[in-house]
Design a protein around this ligand. Structure first.
Ligand SMILES: [Zn+2]
Length: 113
């Protein structure tokens, strides 16, 4: 369920970004016909960029799942494989012996299979 919401938020973001880019491009093309409207074109481009940033910010606020996911990725710890049993465990819990990493004191004391 969390995954579905995350993907929906991501798809919405991409669609919004593409739509605002297309709109800005169409507006720029229209105004290129009249070079005296340079300032107006610049203002339109700035407004489009602002709208894009606002939409992105709103999407970020609207999806706590996406926020939680980003936080989890940031907090993810390096995982190591035990030299005895092969199980994966956080690097902070490693028991090191002879330059190898083990999941527990018991496995560090047993010979490798
Ligand atoms: Zn082990």
């Amino acid at each position: 369920m969390t995954r579905i919401l995350f993907w929906l938020a991501l798809i919405f973001l991409v669609v919004a970004a593409i739509r605002s880019k297309l709109r800005a491009a169409a507006r720029a093309q229209q105004m290129q016909a009249d070079p005296r409207r340079e300032a107006e074109r610049m203002a339109a481009a700035r407004a489009a960029a602002e709208a894009e940033a606002l939409a992105a910010e709103r999407a970020r606020q609207a999806s706590p799942q996406a926020q939680a996911r980003a936080r989890a990725v940031a907090e993810a710890e390096t995982m190591l494989s035990c030299a005895h049993c092969g199980v994966f465990f956080p690097a902070s819990e490693a028991v090191q012996r002879g330059g190898r990493d083990f999941c527990s004191q018991a496995h560090a004391e047993q010979p490798a299979p």
